[in-house]
Design a protein around this ligand. Structure first.
Ligand SMILES: C[S@@+](CC[C@H](N)C(=O)[O-])C[C@H]1O[C@@H](n2cnc3c(N)ncnc32)[C@H](O)[C@@H]1O
Length: 254
């Protein structure tokens, strides 16, 4: 038995493990946000990505989820080749969307981006018993606070970005949501299943062929209720969701 395997045998019951941080050929290992891999992650050094990541971090300092941002930038770039608006349900301080707007040079694109959020945390009335039992309400109270004015200031430099304040599903019946006819990019990230399914249902028929749906918590450890709910939703539409090692889920409207 190798020395490392022996050490790991002792460490694992305590939840620890010794890992090689570089492969023998000195390729670096990516390790962040619950993901560890030796696979290529050159995107981290791409100047456009670096600028987008910096802009994302400016919106929400302390958040560092580069591979999830990479996926969002890829999805948004794909959507830019389609007709339709961009939508995010679950925005908080705008980490992902700020990165996208910077990456796509938004003010030159002539597109609209709708951002749905309470901008003051979860709507606890939407939580299921299972989500409550996992402490989702307490997590939400600890993580989120009133941020509407700061978010508005963050996005002020970008044109045609519309903040839609209030709880989903209630805001889906409002004038702004009803005025959205075609969607090319849909990001869903509300940390609880019921409003996520409501958003997916509401926007499904508005998604143009090839539109991309990015589910932030789909495969994320601890968010199993959202995965189960979205799998049921997808099955009802005759599609399936790609489970990504970032914890995200990816769905294409074919
Ligand atoms: C994980 S954060 C979103 C993070 C964001 N995508 C980013 O890039 O940083 C979850 C957000 O969902 C919002 N949210 C949760 N439930 C909601 C609901 N029913 N209606 C509207 N917003 C909701 C919360 O206010 C919170 O800002």
């Amino acid at each position: 038995m190798k020395a490392r395997d022996f050490v790991n045998l002792l460490l694992r019951p305590g939840g620890y493990e010794v890992v090689r941080t570089r492969k023998r050929d000195h390729r670096p290992i990516f390790r962040a946000d619950g993901l560890q891999t030796a696979h290529n992650h050159d995107f981290l050094r791409d100047p456009r990505f670096v600028a987008a990541r910096r802009r994302a971090e400016q919106a929400d300092p302390g958040v560092d989820i580069p591979w999830r941002l990479h996926m969002a930038l890829w999805a948004a770039s794909h959507a830019l080749r389609l007709e339709g608006d961009f939508v995010e349900c679950g925005v908080n301080r705008g980490y992902l969307t700020s990165g996208i707007l910077n990456y796509l040079d938004w003010n030159r694109q002539g597109r609209r981006f709708f951002l749905f959020d309470t901008f003051q945390g979860l709507d606890e009335s939407q939580l299921s018993e299972a989500e409550r039992a996992k402490g989702r309400a307490e997590q939400g109270r600890a993580r989120y606070r009133e941020c509407f004015e700061e978010v508005r200031a963050n996005f002020a430099e970008f044109e045609r970005v519309h903040l839609v304040r209030g709880s989903i599903p209630a805001t889906l019946a409002g004038e702004e949501a009803q005025g959205i006819e075609q969607v090319a990019y849909l990001s869903i990230d509300m940390n609880n299943a019921a409003p996520e399914v409501a958003a997916a249902e509401f926007f499904w028929d508005k998604l143009v062929p090839g539109a991309v749906v990015l589910l932030d918590d789909y495969a994320y450890s601890g968010y199993e209720e959202q995965k189960a709910a979205m799998d049921e939703f997808a099955a009802g539409k005759g599609v399936s969701i790609a489970s990504l090692p970032t914890g995200q889920g990816l769905l294409l409207k074919s």
